[in-house]
Design a protein around this ligand. Structure first.
Ligand SMILES: *Cc1c(COP(=O)(O)O)cnc(C)c1O
Length: 344
C-alpha cells in the first residue's frame, strides 16, 4: 500500500476537525454540564449523544473481535460508503474500480462526488477475477469496491481472488460484507491486522433486523478510522439508535435464530422455484435472498405487483437479464409468493 498520506486528499489530511463541547471535556467526573448550550430539561434527550459511541463500540468490539479503535459507526452503511470518496478521492481527478454487477450505492456515491467509476464485469459464474480488477486500476485509482456475498447475485466471492486484489493493489480495498451474517465464509475482518489498506463493512440492516435505526459499521486500521472520525458529522449516530443497538446486542442469540430460520426457508423456497416452469435458473447464494432467471422477468414482476407482492426486478442490470431478486420472507410470505407464481 502507498503511504496513507499519499492516498488521502491533501485538504482532508490537513483538516482540523470540529471540536464539540463533549470532545473537549474529558477526564474528571462531572455533573454540571453548562458547556453545550443544551436545555437542562427533558432528560435524556436534551443531551448531545456520544460522538464516538464508546459504549456501543465496546460491545461491537467484543462481538466482532475487532478493537474499538478499528471501528467506525455510521448512519447506515450509506455513510461508511460515502465517506471514503470524500476522504480519498479528488473530484474530477481520481477514480475507483468496482465489480459489476454489484450494490448500486457505490456508483451513486461516485457520481455525487464527481469521481470516475470503473465497473469490471464478473465472470459467467458471477465470480471475481483479480487480474481484471487490478488491470482496470491506474495511478489515479484510490479505491477498489468488492461486495461478498454480492448483491444482487447473492454468491460469496472466492476469498483467494479477493486476497490477490488486497495484496496487489496500492490503494484502499473495501469489502462490503452486509450479508456476511448469512454466509459460512470467513469474514475479512480477521485480515485487518495483516492488510492496512483494507476496509470491511458490516450492517445492522439485514440479519440484525434493524434497517430502520440506520446503523452501519466500517472496520479498518486505527489510522483510517481516525480519518473517518475527523470527516464524519460530529453526532452522526443519534442517541435512539445507540440505545436500541445496545438493547439488541444484549441478545445476539435472537439473531442466530432468525438466520437459521431464514436459511431453512431459503432452501425450501429455492427447491420450490426449481419446480416452476417459469423459472429457468437459480444462482448460488450465501445471503438472505437469491437471484432467479425467469422466462420473462418484467411480466412476472408486473403480475406480482398487481397481487401486492414486491420482488426486485434486476433484468436491466448487466449479466442479470430476466433476473428477479427474491428476499427470503416469513414462511407465510414465501408461501404467498409461491402460490401466486404457480398460478401465473
Ligand atoms: C443492504 C445493503 C447494505 C446496507 O446498507 P445500510 O445503509 O447499512 O442499510 C450495504 N451493502 C449492501 C451490499 C447491501 O445490499
Amino acid at each position: 500500500m502507498k503511504p496513507l498520506e499519499q492516498l488521502v486528499r491533501p485538504n482532508i489530511w490537513r483538516l482540523a476537525p470540529y471540536s464539540s463541547a463533549r470532545d473537549e471535556y474529558s477526564g474528571k467526573e462531572a455533573h454540571v454540564f453548562l458547556d453545550a448550550n443544551e436545555n437542562p430539561y427533558n432528560s435524556p434527550y436534551n443531551r448531545y449523544p456520544d460522538p464516538l459511541q464508546r459504549e456501543l463500540k465496546a460491545r461491537i468490539a467484543q462481538l466482532k473481535g475487532v478493537p474499538a479503535d478499528m471501528i467506525f459507526l455510521g448512519n447506515g452503511s450509506d455513510e461508511a460508503i460515502d465517506l471514503p470518496y470524500r476522504i480519498f478521492c479528488e473530484p474530477g481527478v481520481d477514480n475507483v474500480v468496482a465489480i459489476e454487477p454489484t450494490y448500486g450505492m457505490y456508483r451513486v456515491c461516485a457520481d455525487i462526488n464527481n469521481v470516475e467509476y470503473r465497473p469490471v464485469l464478473l465472470d459467467e459464474h458471477y465470480q471475481l477475477r483479480a487480474d481484471r480488477l487490478l488491470a482496470a486500476a491506474d495511478e489515479k485509482t484510490k479505491i477498489i469496491w468488492i461486495c461478498s456475498p454480492n448483491n444482487p447475485t447473492g454468491n460469496a466471492l472466492n476469498p483467494e481472488e479477493i486476497e490477490k486484489v488486497v495484496k496487489g493493489f496500492q490503494g484502499i480495498v473495501i469489502i462490503d460484507e452486509a450479508y456476511g451474517d448469512f454466509s459460512a465464509q470467513k469474514s475479512f475482518r480477521s485480515e485487518l491486522a495483516k492488510y492496512s489498506n483494507l476496509i470491511v463493512l458490516n450492517t445492522f440492516s439485514k440479519a440484525w433486523g434493524l434497517a430502520a435505526i440506520r446503523l452501519g459499521m466500517a472496520f479498518a486500521s486505527p489510522d483510517i478510522i481516525a480519518i473517518y472520525n475527523k470527516v464524519k458529522y460530529p453526532y452522526n449516530v443519534n442517541l435512539l439508535t445507540q440505545l436500541l443497538a445496545l438493547e439488541a446486542l444484549k441478545d445476539p442469540f435472537e439473531v442466530d435464530k432468525w438466520i437459521k430460520l431464514l436459511l431453512g426457508e431459503r432452501i425450501r423456497l429455492i427447491a420450490a422455484f426449481r419446480d416452476l416452469p417459469i423459472c429457468e435458473e437459480i444462482y448460488p447464494t450465501d445471503a438472505n435472498f437469491f437471484l432467479a432467471r425467469m422466462t420473462d422477468a418484467q411480466a412476472i414482476y408486473d403480475y406480482l405487483v398487481n397481487r401486492g407482492i414486491i420482488v426486485r426486478n434486476r433484468t436491466r442490470i448487466q449479466l442479470c437479464n430476466n433476473c428477479l431478486r427474491i428476499t427470503i420472507g416469513t414462511k407465510s410470505e414465501n408461501n404467498e409468493l409461491l402460490a401466486a407464481l404457480r398460478q401465473y
